[in-house]
Design a protein around this ligand. Structure first.
Ligand code: AMP
Length: 216
């Protein structure tokens, strides 16, 4: 059983790396961002409530995301492990996760912090394109799809996420500093935190993360 958290600012590559680790280790990727976007697309009550926060780059209230993560973690496919991507994002979420994993007889084995220079984050997020079908991520310059506008994996259309626009990105980065960065200290104190410099080749970063996971 490997319980993994990927921590890092928007644009650090959490989604990209979580997908790769998920398939390498055969464990589910739990992305609160993906789950919330799906709820928005399906116009569920939760999606309708979350949309306003997401569009303005704010965090969705803790009780909402904690609820969806608790449900997801109790599914049978999480018994062999899981990789959390984009959760927790606040100290209360991290505390709720501790309680939930304890109650479910699960644990967090390693927290990997992806570190990227602030200026690079802006460039990455502005050029990011996401498949509207399978969620695969590309970058117009650094990681383009083979056919422009089409996903290499599933042929879906590549779109710019509503919150990957410059004004919203600023708000997301400010919220990261204020609410999420304190988690580095939180998990640093628990002795489970490892940092990875997440600039450069995507493959090399995956290899480093994978090595860290194998070592616990
Ligand atoms: P992401 O795809 O992880 O960048 O998340 C996109 C948006 O979903 C964020 O900007 C938040 O509005 C919302 N969101 C995702 N995960 C969380 C979380 N753990 N706590 C609060 N809001 C979240």
């Amino acid at each position: 059983m490997k319980g993994i958290i990927l921590l890092g600012p928007p644009g650090a590559g959490k989604g990209t790396q979580a997908k790769r680790i998920s398939s390498e280790f055969g464990i589910p990727q739990i992305s609160t961002g993906d789950m919330l976007r799906e709820a928005v697309r399906d116009r569920t009550p939760m999606g309708l409530m979350a949309k306003g926060f997401m569009d303005s780059g704010d965090l969705v209230p803790d009780n909402v995301v904690v609820g969806i993560v608790k449900d997801r973690l109790s599914a049978a496919d999480c018994n062999t492990g899981f990789i959390l991507d984009g959760f927790p994002r606040t100290i209360p979420q991290a505390e709720a996760l501790q309680t939930a994993t304890f109650e479910l007889g699960k644990q967090i084995d390693i927290v990997i912090s992806l570190d990227v220079d602030q200026k690079e984050l802006m460039t990455r997020l502005c050029g990011r394109r996401t498949c509207n079908k399978c969620g695969s991520m590309y970058h117009v310059t650094f990681n383009p799809s083979r056919v422009e506008g089409k996903c290499d994996q599933c042929g879906g259309a590549l779109i710019q996420r509503d919150d990957d626009r410059e004004e919203t990105i600023q708000a997301r980065l400010v919220n990261y500093k204020k609410s999420t960065e304190p988690l580095v200290m939180f998990y640093g104190n628990s002795g489970k935190l490892k940092s990875v410099m997440a600039s450069g080749s995507i493959d090399a970063i995956t290899a480093e993360i994978s090595g860290l996971i194998r070592s616990v």
